[in-house]
Design a binder for this molecule. Sequence first.
Ligand code: FAD
Ligand code: DHB
Length: 398
Amino acid sequence: MAIVGAGPAGLLLGLLLHNAGIDAVILERRSRAYVLGRVRAGVLEQGTAELLERAGVGERMRRDGLVHQGFELLVRGRRHRVDLRGLTGGSTVLIYGQTQITRDLLEARGAAGLPTIFEAQDVAVQEFAGAHPYVSWRQDGREHRLNCDFIAGCDGSHGVCRPSVPREAIREYERLYPFGWLGLLADTPPVSDELIYVNSERGFALCSMRSRTRSRFYLQVPLTEEVSHWSDARFWEELRQRLDEAGRERLVAAPSVEKSIAPLRSFVVEPLRFGRLFLVGDAGHTVPPTGAKGLNLAAGDVHCLADGLIEHYSERSAAGIDDYSRRRLRCIWRAQRFSWWLTRLLHRFPEDGAIGEKLQQAELDYLLHSEAGMRTIAENYVGLPPTFGEEANLLLRK
Ligand code: FAD
Ligand code: DHB
């Protein structure tokens, strides 16, 4: 196997395949230090945590991860708790940073002596429509080539695999949002034991965490903003204004460890397989981060593809890999819907005018005071199982 990209999708797939005796080489454009330093996701669904466990990298996650049984919605100054465990019959999420997952996966890869080629330039995926695909790249001024059975495109939203597919073979669905998230990481205790998603008149905010001493915060900002316009002092002041009294009291400003802006978009391509090339994780779909689905979807793709490939090599059956695109797209669209909906519910959309704001507040008013509404939020947040609805389909087909 050739795997393009050493993000969480590529690293996790590589390890699961190795555990099943399947060789894979990972090609990564960036340096090892860059990959290890990237700050992103923080909320893991139980299925994702279980898959990391199966890959053999669960030890530190179980020790340092924080189990969260709920989170808070702060809407126009009033808090409402979403009781994940109570509303879903026992499901919770785990707070454990993507940075830590990447480190755990890279360490496991190193310990097993598996090949990862960092700073590979001009990676190109070739001949994947036929039976003999290969990947080429340049390094140290030399051309390299890897012949393989399959290529896993795990190279994120701006990679090379998706653009290599002929335009007529692929369909893209996209929505851009008129704002981004300005994120700040700091060594300061969280303002609450649980995450707080904030809908305020000044825009969305999120108080998250990585541990009991390290916090992650986000602010909705217009797309025209630049990180250089945001001193730490300005960030803390804006966050204070979006919080309630209790939040302000517990907020302890500290120097930022990292600060960056991420634009928000919903994006999916169909299908996710082109001959011997598979698109996995952000290479095939991007969700707006509200609801924390991106990394979890990537893990779901990896789970499905790894099982399909293991079936192919051990039982000579193509059933799993043939069904990869269909099965994953169903889960992906469900998560896209939730992320889009939660984004619409919690952010300010000034272009929707006064009526848009009133309708948003009315929808929140309904959801926050309806057990069915709260359960809708909770069951999507903890992650719908991949088989969700399949029993009903079977019944319908009978
Ligand atoms: P990536 O992590 O993007 O990895 C792709 C890799 O491919 C990179 O290392 C890249 O350098 C490499 N690459 C790219 N091009 C090439 C090339 N041409 N050749 C070789 N290598 C290449 N998700 C959650 O589930 N929960 C959250 O709480 C959450 N919060 C988020 C917060 C923010 C602010 C953002 C931006 C995202 C968040 N996400 C979250 C989403 C999550 O981070 C992504 O979905 C996840 O990183 C996807 O993993 P991936 O391996 O598919 O892609
Ligand atoms: C984080 C990111 C998210 O998108 C989210 O919904 C919750 C937490 C985080 O980075 O901690």
